[in-house]
Write a protein of this length. Sequence first.
Length: 216
Amino acid sequence: MIALNDNLDIIKLNKKAWDNAAEIYNKEFHGKVYTLFNYFCENLPKQGYILDLGSGTGLPYSKLLIEKGFRVLGIDFSTEMIKLARKNVPEAKFEEMSMTELNYKEEFDGIFSSYSMLLLNPQLFKKTAKRIVQALKKGGIFYLCLNGPWVDGVDLDKDVIIKFKGENMYSRPYSKDEILNIFSPLGMNLLKFEKEIITSEIWGKENMNTYIFIRE
Protein backbone atom coordinates (compact mmCIF):
# COMPACT_ATOMS: atom_id res chain seq x y z
CA MET A 1 0.00 0.00 0.00
CA ILE A 2 1.07 3.58 -0.71
CA ALA A 3 0.23 6.68 1.33
CA LEU A 4 -2.51 8.83 -0.16
CA ASN A 5 -1.77 12.38 -1.24
CA ASP A 6 -4.66 14.65 -0.17
CA ASN A 7 -4.44 16.58 -3.44
CA LEU A 8 -4.60 13.47 -5.60
CA ASP A 9 -7.30 13.26 -8.28
CA ILE A 10 -8.45 9.67 -7.71
CA ILE A 11 -10.70 9.61 -10.78
CA LYS A 12 -7.76 10.53 -12.99
CA LEU A 13 -5.50 8.06 -11.17
CA ASN A 14 -7.92 5.15 -11.52
CA LYS A 15 -8.79 5.93 -15.13
CA LYS A 16 -5.10 5.83 -16.03
CA ALA A 17 -4.66 2.53 -14.16
CA TRP A 18 -7.58 0.81 -15.91
CA ASP A 19 -6.63 2.19 -19.33
CA ASN A 20 -3.14 0.74 -18.92
CA ALA A 21 -4.29 -2.58 -17.47
CA ALA A 22 -7.33 -3.13 -19.72
CA GLU A 23 -5.80 -5.59 -22.21
CA ILE A 24 -4.19 -7.72 -19.50
CA TYR A 25 -7.39 -7.69 -17.45
CA ASN A 26 -9.44 -8.71 -20.47
CA LYS A 27 -7.17 -11.70 -21.16
CA GLU A 28 -6.75 -12.90 -17.60
CA PHE A 29 -9.95 -12.09 -15.76
CA HIS A 30 -13.56 -12.40 -16.88
CA GLY A 31 -14.91 -12.49 -13.37
CA LYS A 32 -16.89 -14.98 -11.34
CA VAL A 33 -20.65 -14.64 -11.06
CA TYR A 34 -21.09 -13.79 -7.40
CA THR A 35 -23.90 -14.06 -4.91
CA LEU A 36 -27.33 -12.45 -5.43
CA PHE A 37 -26.90 -11.84 -9.18
CA ASN A 38 -29.75 -14.21 -10.01
CA TYR A 39 -31.89 -12.68 -7.27
CA PHE A 40 -31.30 -9.24 -8.82
CA CYS A 41 -32.35 -10.52 -12.25
CA GLU A 42 -35.45 -12.29 -10.93
CA ASN A 43 -36.73 -9.03 -9.46
CA LEU A 44 -36.46 -7.09 -12.72
CA PRO A 45 -39.19 -6.76 -15.36
CA LYS A 46 -38.75 -8.79 -18.54
CA GLN A 47 -36.70 -6.90 -21.12
CA GLY A 48 -36.01 -4.25 -18.49
CA TYR A 49 -33.46 -1.51 -19.03
CA ILE A 50 -30.33 -2.04 -16.93
CA LEU A 51 -27.39 0.27 -16.22
CA ASP A 52 -24.10 -1.57 -15.66
CA LEU A 53 -22.14 0.88 -13.53
CA GLY A 54 -18.41 0.54 -14.13
CA SER A 55 -19.00 -2.12 -16.76
CA GLY A 56 -15.31 -2.71 -17.52
CA THR A 57 -14.80 -5.17 -20.37
CA GLY A 58 -18.49 -6.11 -20.35
CA LEU A 59 -17.59 -9.56 -19.00
CA PRO A 60 -19.19 -11.31 -17.37
CA TYR A 61 -22.15 -9.22 -16.27
CA SER A 62 -23.20 -7.08 -19.26
CA LYS A 63 -23.04 -10.23 -21.39
CA LEU A 64 -25.07 -12.25 -18.88
CA LEU A 65 -27.69 -9.51 -18.59
CA ILE A 66 -28.05 -9.43 -22.39
CA GLU A 67 -28.38 -13.22 -22.46
CA LYS A 68 -31.20 -12.96 -19.92
CA GLY A 69 -33.12 -10.68 -22.28
CA PHE A 70 -32.44 -7.29 -20.69
CA ARG A 71 -31.48 -4.12 -22.50
CA VAL A 72 -28.12 -2.93 -21.20
CA LEU A 73 -26.23 0.34 -21.06
CA GLY A 74 -22.74 -0.01 -19.66
CA ILE A 75 -20.71 2.98 -18.56
CA ASP A 76 -17.05 3.14 -17.61
CA PHE A 77 -14.51 5.94 -17.35
CA SER A 78 -11.80 3.86 -19.00
CA THR A 79 -11.48 4.47 -22.73
CA GLU A 80 -9.73 1.14 -23.25
CA MET A 81 -12.26 -0.82 -21.19
CA ILE A 82 -15.11 0.63 -23.26
CA LYS A 83 -13.37 -0.38 -26.49
CA LEU A 84 -13.06 -3.97 -25.24
CA ALA A 85 -16.63 -4.06 -23.95
CA ARG A 86 -17.99 -3.04 -27.36
CA LYS A 87 -16.12 -5.96 -28.89
CA ASN A 88 -17.02 -8.44 -26.16
CA VAL A 89 -20.74 -7.58 -25.95
CA PRO A 90 -21.84 -5.88 -29.20
CA GLU A 91 -25.51 -6.37 -28.27
CA ALA A 92 -25.19 -3.88 -25.40
CA LYS A 93 -24.58 -0.16 -25.59
CA PHE A 94 -21.48 1.27 -23.89
CA GLU A 95 -20.55 4.86 -23.14
CA GLU A 96 -17.37 6.35 -21.73
CA MET A 97 -18.45 8.17 -18.59
CA SER A 98 -17.49 8.45 -14.93
CA MET A 99 -20.21 7.18 -12.61
CA THR A 100 -19.78 10.44 -10.69
CA GLU A 101 -21.29 12.24 -13.70
CA LEU A 102 -24.48 10.20 -14.06
CA ASN A 103 -27.32 12.44 -15.19
CA TYR A 104 -30.40 10.27 -15.77
CA LYS A 105 -33.85 10.63 -14.25
CA GLU A 106 -36.01 7.58 -13.50
CA GLU A 107 -34.75 5.82 -16.62
CA PHE A 108 -33.56 2.39 -15.46
CA ASP A 109 -35.41 -0.63 -14.10
CA GLY A 110 -32.19 -1.81 -12.50
CA ILE A 111 -28.69 -0.55 -11.79
CA PHE A 112 -25.82 -2.96 -11.30
CA SER A 113 -22.49 -2.19 -9.62
CA SER A 114 -19.99 -4.98 -9.06
CA TYR A 115 -16.76 -3.82 -7.43
CA SER A 116 -16.86 -0.42 -9.10
CA MET A 117 -17.96 1.92 -6.30
CA LEU A 118 -15.05 0.96 -4.05
CA LEU A 119 -12.95 3.14 -6.38
CA LEU A 120 -14.72 6.18 -4.89
CA ASN A 121 -13.80 8.05 -1.73
CA PRO A 122 -16.68 8.83 0.68
CA GLN A 123 -17.38 12.27 -0.80
CA LEU A 124 -17.62 10.93 -4.36
CA PHE A 125 -19.49 7.84 -3.17
CA LYS A 126 -22.26 9.95 -1.60
CA LYS A 127 -22.48 12.16 -4.68
CA THR A 128 -22.77 9.11 -6.93
CA ALA A 129 -25.34 7.42 -4.67
CA LYS A 130 -27.71 10.37 -5.16
CA ARG A 131 -27.29 10.14 -8.92
CA ILE A 132 -27.94 6.39 -8.85
CA VAL A 133 -31.22 6.81 -6.98
CA GLN A 134 -32.26 9.61 -9.34
CA ALA A 135 -31.55 7.36 -12.35
CA LEU A 136 -33.71 4.49 -11.03
CA LYS A 137 -37.40 4.23 -11.74
CA LYS A 138 -39.64 4.01 -8.69
CA GLY A 139 -39.59 0.36 -7.66
CA GLY A 140 -36.25 -0.05 -9.43
CA ILE A 141 -33.63 -2.48 -8.12
CA PHE A 142 -30.01 -1.64 -7.26
CA TYR A 143 -27.31 -4.32 -6.96
CA LEU A 144 -24.20 -3.23 -5.08
CA CYS A 145 -21.20 -5.48 -4.46
CA LEU A 146 -17.96 -4.29 -2.85
CA ASN A 147 -15.53 -5.05 -0.07
CA GLY A 148 -16.35 -4.50 3.56
CA PRO A 149 -13.85 -4.10 6.39
CA TRP A 150 -12.42 -7.21 8.00
CA VAL A 151 -13.63 -6.07 11.41
CA ASP A 152 -17.12 -4.55 11.65
CA GLY A 153 -17.29 -1.23 13.41
CA VAL A 154 -13.68 -0.21 12.81
CA ASP A 155 -12.78 3.32 11.76
CA LEU A 156 -12.61 3.21 7.96
CA ASP A 157 -11.34 6.72 7.40
CA LYS A 158 -8.09 5.35 6.01
CA ASP A 159 -7.79 5.77 2.26
CA VAL A 160 -5.10 3.77 0.48
CA ILE A 161 -3.50 3.37 -2.90
CA ILE A 162 -3.12 -0.25 -3.99
CA LYS A 163 -1.08 -1.82 -6.77
CA PHE A 164 -2.84 -3.60 -9.64
CA LYS A 165 -0.79 -4.99 -12.54
CA GLY A 166 1.90 -2.44 -11.73
CA GLU A 167 -0.56 0.45 -11.67
CA ASN A 168 -1.42 2.63 -8.68
CA MET A 169 -5.13 2.66 -7.89
CA TYR A 170 -7.36 4.09 -5.16
CA SER A 171 -9.66 1.65 -3.35
CA ARG A 172 -11.65 1.73 -0.11
CA PRO A 173 -13.88 -0.78 1.73
CA TYR A 174 -17.29 0.30 3.06
CA SER A 175 -19.05 -1.15 6.08
CA LYS A 176 -22.70 -2.20 6.08
CA ASP A 177 -23.57 0.68 8.40
CA GLU A 178 -21.91 3.16 6.06
CA ILE A 179 -23.81 1.82 3.05
CA LEU A 180 -27.16 1.88 4.84
CA ASN A 181 -26.52 5.37 6.20
CA ILE A 182 -25.91 6.58 2.65
CA PHE A 183 -28.75 4.86 0.79
CA SER A 184 -31.57 4.62 3.35
CA PRO A 185 -32.09 8.42 3.61
CA LEU A 186 -32.32 8.49 -0.19
CA GLY A 187 -35.42 6.29 -0.15
CA MET A 188 -33.71 2.96 -0.80
CA ASN A 189 -34.91 -0.09 1.12
CA LEU A 190 -32.62 -3.08 1.65
CA LEU A 191 -34.15 -6.28 0.28
CA LYS A 192 -31.22 -8.61 0.77
CA PHE A 193 -27.69 -8.60 2.12
CA GLU A 194 -25.07 -11.33 1.93
CA LYS A 195 -21.51 -11.51 3.17
CA GLU A 196 -18.93 -13.89 1.76
CA ILE A 197 -15.17 -14.39 2.02
CA ILE A 198 -13.76 -14.87 -1.47
CA THR A 199 -10.27 -15.59 -2.77
CA SER A 200 -8.90 -14.94 -6.25
CA GLU A 201 -5.46 -15.09 -7.82
CA ILE A 202 -5.62 -11.43 -8.77
CA TRP A 203 -7.02 -9.85 -5.59
CA GLY A 204 -6.22 -12.40 -2.90
CA LYS A 205 -8.60 -12.77 0.06
CA GLU A 206 -11.51 -10.32 0.24
CA ASN A 207 -14.49 -9.68 2.50
CA MET A 208 -17.29 -9.30 -0.07
CA ASN A 209 -20.57 -7.62 0.84
CA THR A 210 -23.52 -7.68 -1.57
CA TYR A 211 -26.66 -5.55 -1.24
CA ILE A 212 -29.95 -5.52 -3.11
CA PHE A 213 -31.94 -2.30 -2.69
CA ILE A 214 -35.31 -1.22 -4.03
CA ARG A 215 -36.28 2.38 -4.60
CA GLU A 216 -39.44 3.51 -2.80
